[in-house]
Design a protein around this ligand. Structure first.
Ligand code: ZN
Length: 235
């Protein structure tokens, strides 16, 4: 790693970084983000994000490094770790779209796996995570959300809430779902998603089926950083 960020990392985070760099064969770079550049739209509320290809990995930050919450840095390292160490496939668009839908979908799905380790390394992350999901389930109406988006969000958030949230947040979720009379369907889909967590391909298929997202619009890309190449496959 090329910056003072490494000096701020503790043993657990440094262990992640070592595994990433050993498996990738390249150094993780760190730099302030280019102003106004939206690299990962789904994490725009965060002050840190990653840019990753089969040849390089960069952590971009919007605020000075010493002001970044520890759990946010660990979060980005966990994203990098998944793609570069066990080399799980990432969802890509079959053709370029205006907005990076595939990355947004992949990011949300990856979080279902990443949160477990993030909470183990950074227990302080429990509070913002619960707050975020409490807010999602407390919204007054989903009328403005499209059907596919809505189904995707409900299933992924229901799985995350079931896996990682407090009893209070789970109660807010149950209340929200009861109002829309779709609780049973969402719960069943979330259970299937949770049962698939150990296998990225099965996990994506479970989420897509539950959300009505056509697999034909997307493909998988697997990075092989040591060979400086990637492969692609159907979902
Ligand atoms: Zn993320």
């Amino acid at each position: 790693m090329n910056s003072s960020l490494a000096e701020t990392l503790d043993t657990a985070a440094l262990g992640l970084l070592d595994e990433i760099e050993a498996s990738a064969g390249f150094e993780v770079r760190v730099r302030p983000s280019a102003k106004g550049r939206l690299v990962l739209p789904y994490e725009r509320s965060s002050n840190v994000r990653v840019v990753l290809t089969h040849e390089e990995a960069t952590i971009e930050h919007d605020v000075p490094i010493d002001q970044l919450p520890r759990h946010a840095v660990v979060h980005e390292l966990l994203h990098l770790h998944r793609y570069l160490v066990p080399q799980v496939p990432a969802i890509m668009e079959r053709r370029a779209m205006e907005f990076d839908t595939a990355s947004a979908i992949d990011n949300d799905i990856e979080h279902l796996v990443i949160f477990e380790r993030q909470l183990a390394i950074c227990p302080e992350f429990a509070s913002p995570l619960n707050e975020q999901l409490e807010q999602f389930w407390s919204r007054e109406s989903w009328a403005s959300v499209g059907a596919t988006d809505l189904q995707f969000n409900l299933v992924v958030r229901a799985a995350a809430t079931t896996l990682y949230c407090t009893a209070a947040t789970k109660a807010t979720m149950r209340k929200a779902l009861a109002v829309d009379k779709i609780a049973a369907r969402v719960r069943k889909s979330a259970e299937r998603v949770i049962a698939s967590l150990g296998d990225k391909r099965a996990l994506v298929n479970a989420v897509f089926e539950a959300s009505g997202i056509p697999t034909s619009s997307f493909k998988f890309r697997v990075l092989h950083p040591m060979e400086r190449r990637y492969t692609e496959e159907d979902i």
